[in-house]
Write a protein that binds this ligand. Sequence first.
Ligand SMILES: Nc1ncnc2c1ncn2[C@@H]1O[C@H](COP(=O)(O)OP(=O)(O)O)[C@@H](O)[C@H]1O
Ligand SMILES: [Mg+2]
Length: 365
Amino acid sequence: MKKTASANPFTQQTKIQEAELFIGRRAALDQLLQLLRSMQNVSLIGARRIGKSSLLYHLFLTGHGGLREETVIAYTDFRGVRDENSFWNCLCKALGKPGDKLSDFEAALNAHGRVVFCFDEFERVMQHFPSSSGLFDTLRSLAQDDNLALLVATQHPLDELARTEGVTPSIFFSIFRPVELGLFTPEEAAKFIATRFADAEAQITANETDRVLQLAGRFPFFLQLACYRLFEVKAGRATEWEREFARDARPHLEYLWTRLKPSERALLRRVAEFGGSQQADMLDDLARRGLVVPMQDLQGRRGWQLFSQTFEDYVWNPPTQSWRDHWWRFGKTVRRWFKGGKIGAGPAGEIQFERPGEKPKSTDK
Ligand SMILES: Nc1ncnc2c1ncn2[C@@H]1O[C@H](COP(=O)(O)OP(=O)(O)O)[C@@H](O)[C@H]1O
Ligand SMILES: [Mg+2]
């Protein structure tokens, strides 16, 4: 396809559906292929828009080479599932067969040698079968057969999801090997930016790349949003990208933030404020999920920071105004004052404190 310099290559916000547009994820792909080769059931867990669907779809498009020859890879994201019939229909359709009953699905399975079935957006199923453990027990017995392996993608571990959705407990939720999907590696993030700009025949400087990475982090979706706005400036359709990106990112950060447990929110606030060198266990967990990244300060001390500056700005100024938030902000203000910070006017007329020893933040981003 011939691309013009002004066709923005960063418009895709849902799963990548072309193998050549998919970047990186080699470690996760290798891990998945290794487990699926021995027909193990795998639960892929990762934050919203971190790249789970893109990964599953890429495996569906290209993974056959890494599996045994007779293995078929099927993919469904359960769009339109409402009841058991539509559920079985989704599965049959993905195997290229008609039908909307368990027996139809079993017949479709028997027509193939071995099937690796990618169950994307499995939350949709969990939401529609809140009290029917029957379906999950049926799936468990199907998945225990050597000829079927499930690869299930969700934002949270399956047993946790079952609890929050009020699904009757089932052994189904414990038959999976968990694999967590986190941020791009630094190399993958750099490659994402460089190849997309190069493919669109646009130049990006090293400083711009650094700024994109600073604001968006290595989180694929936020990188995509930031690059979209930067590209618009380069194409002459906009004059400013950083504030536009911050505005685009905010509802998505809010989604991330409001779905965290209160204890996780408290920990992230501590990381934003103090660098979070304690509570390593919980921070490891947040790091695996891509919410925090390790860092080293100028004195060589190791600690943690939030995955991007935009997320950090959000954590300083979350929209929820519970009494806890007010107390936290009040406490933060007092602590900073005692630590020698200076008061300055932040965006939206809020009073902000410059961090001790830090250059004043430009509010004109
Ligand atoms: N491996 C990847 N290569 C390129 N872009 C990616 C990749 N993974 C994610 N993205 C970007 O992130 C966006 C969200 O990815 P998606 O797979 O829909 O996430 P999830 O299923 O976890 O919500 C995609 O539209 C794409 O822009
Ligand atoms: Mg998805």
